[in-house]
Design a protein around this ligand. Structure first.
Ligand code: ATP
Length: 198
């Protein structure tokens, strides 16, 4: 049975924790392929996102060295808001016998019950939740809803206090990025003058 990982996000920009999460998932879940799927229209993010073309290009650069990772542009090609359930339905239709693994950070797992058709998501995929290291435990740890506990598993990965928000702020305020993003992504950002204003 083909094992397909699905990792959605804004990737605005893709950063070191995204890459660490992907590497951890490939190793732990023995995936045959992992699809990184930049969102088209993020219905749940307040700010406008950088254009899909830039986010796709940066994702290509960030994940280029990892075998079995595919940057999948289907959500950016779809009209209207990007709903994960639509993506999972499409993948299920393409690979009826595959096992789907949806990878999310803890912040997204916490709000998952607000996602469209979230109970169907749990039927379509097993959800692997990665703890985020940047919360100082100021936010409560993610606890799966009692009825659906078996649909959520924990993805082990190093805690990395990285967020795209922090990276955008650093760029706008001329602070160094260190190894928070890959050099190729940093060069792309620089070349296209992205994130110049906070
Ligand atoms: P922003 O700061 O703009 O909200 P972000 O850093 O959360 O962005 P996204 O592209 O929105 O990045 O995240 C895509 C996925 O990666 C989400 O499921 C998110 O929870 C997860 N993720 C992001 N950063 C981390 C991290 N440091 N540790 C674990 N998971 C993470």
């Amino acid at each position: 049975m083909r094992r397909i990982g699905v990792f959605g996000g804004a990737f605005d920009p893709p950063h070191a924790a995204h890459v660490a999460l992907v590497r951890s998932a490939l190793a732990q879940l023995k995936l045959d392929e992992l699809r990184v799927i930049p969102t088209g229209h993020a219905w749940h993010k307040a700010r406008p996102l950088t254009s899909p073309q830039h986010r796709l290009a940066m994702a290509q650069l960030a994940f280029a060295d990892i075998p079995d990772v595919l940057v999948d542009d289907r959500e950016t090609r779809r009209a209207g808001p990007s709903f994960t359930v639509d993506t999972l339905r499409e993948l299920r239709a393409q690979w009826p016998a595959a096992e789907l693994f949806l990878l999310v950070g803890e912040d997204q797992a916490r709000v998952l019950p607000s996602w469209r058709a979230w109970q169907e998501i749990l039927q379509l995929a097993i959800i692997y939740v990665a703890e985020r290291g940047d919360w100082n435990r100021s936010k409560p740890r993610f606890i799966a809803p009692k009825l659906y506990e078996s649909g959520f598993k924990q993805l082990q990965m190093p805690h990395l206090p990285v967020s795209a928000t922090d990276i955008r702020t650093r760029i706008a305020t001329h602070q160094s990025l260190g190894d928070l993003v890959f050099d190729s992504v940093a060069r792309y950002i620089d070349h296209h003058h992205l994130y110049q204003t906070a």
